[in-house]
Design a protein around this ligand. Sequence first.
Ligand SMILES: [Zn+2]
Length: 353
Amino acid sequence: MAQLASGIVDYAQRATSNENFRLPYPANLQMALNRLTLLAWHQGAPAPASVVELLHLAGNAFGAWKISLPDADVDPDESLLAYGRPTRTCEELGSLRGDVEGEIRENTLMRAVMDKARAADAPHSYVAFRELLIRQPAISALELDTRLGTSDLALLADEVRQAYEPVPPEAVADGVVRTCSGCNGLRLPLDDGRAWVCGDESCPAPGSPGTDYPASEGAWWLRRELRTFVTAPGRAELRIADLVAAMGVPVALWPDFDACDLSAFEERPWVVDIKAWRNPVRLARRLRERLFTVPEGAEKAFIVIGREQVKAHPRYVARLRKACPQVRPGQRVVAVSEAEFLRAVRKEAEARA
Ligand SMILES: [Zn+2]
């Protein structure tokens, strides 16, 4: 399933890049087809006859598949493709979205930003860069220039400019670039051109119109991989940090150049890794392979599951702890929901006051 998922992600990337798509299909797709065919034969189930049929099958929910998938860590209502694009499930399975930390570290631009900020001993610049990408996936040219004039971002002006590209022509109509107030990203026209929708699958309010920018004055859109690996998971990070700060508790985002996602309290800090995986069993598998390194001096360490994920899967935390004993209560790192974490912080703040 991981091979099929990463084949689909490759295929989608090639299909949307500017070059015309040329055969052959990604090797992972072909290999996944072969393996799925074998599995189908063993089960006496019909197998997809070609990559085209395989891609068609990938658009169906797993519950509708005639081939049963043991140990696939997927839910019956999940699918790999929706509207011809890879779903979040697909990206998690292909370990793209799943390993956000890895992607951010391996991303050339993010690494350049980290190196430059470290060399200048400017952790604030690193944080400002990451915050800009999360808060403003779309931005007018004027506003971007203004931001680059601030002291924290001036150091990283070249990298900020590389992070954005001009909005694509399909995002402009009647001289206007439309944004989404849920995520501050772009809204794009559906086929009929009458409805404008936010394309971010994890947007908290995809239907709500945000600011319109006049196209003539220029507007920028964050590059796709940064929207996926920095913006989408970052929204929960910023929200949780804001809620902790509102309790009067000192909070730092990505402290010590990204040693963890967030730390609360200055002395004997509580450190947090925030996870936005859609599926608790897949996250458990990842955590069993690699749990985060708790920085020295931390009093407590948490894996925090964002409220979106908990809402979509009511027993999320219980399923995660069941599948990954390393994050049960009593362990060095404990998995909790966002709400549980915030309650614990409030209680601790009262106890420390
Ligand atoms: Zn949105």
